[in-house]
Design a protein around this ligand. Sequence first.
Ligand SMILES: [Zn+2]
Length: 80
Amino acid sequence: MSYEVDRIKEIECPCCNGKIKQTSESNDWNQTREYIEILCDECKEKYEIVHEYYNPKPKHDYTIYYCKNKINGQKIQLDL
Ligand SMILES: [Zn+2]
């Protein structure tokens, strides 16, 4: 069972010198997955990606992604 890429979205990274890339994939069973990559050496050093999953009611679930500063734990919400 292989996944196919549905969508790629890129936004600026927190230092604005690189990108953060989100790849959304799905397979024939309508299973989806997505992953986030930091395409910036500076931000890769400084941040890690964390996410919070919300499910207020069925079919309205969503995930918010953050860049979390590895040193002080500060989180920057990503516009993904
Ligand atoms: Zn950066």
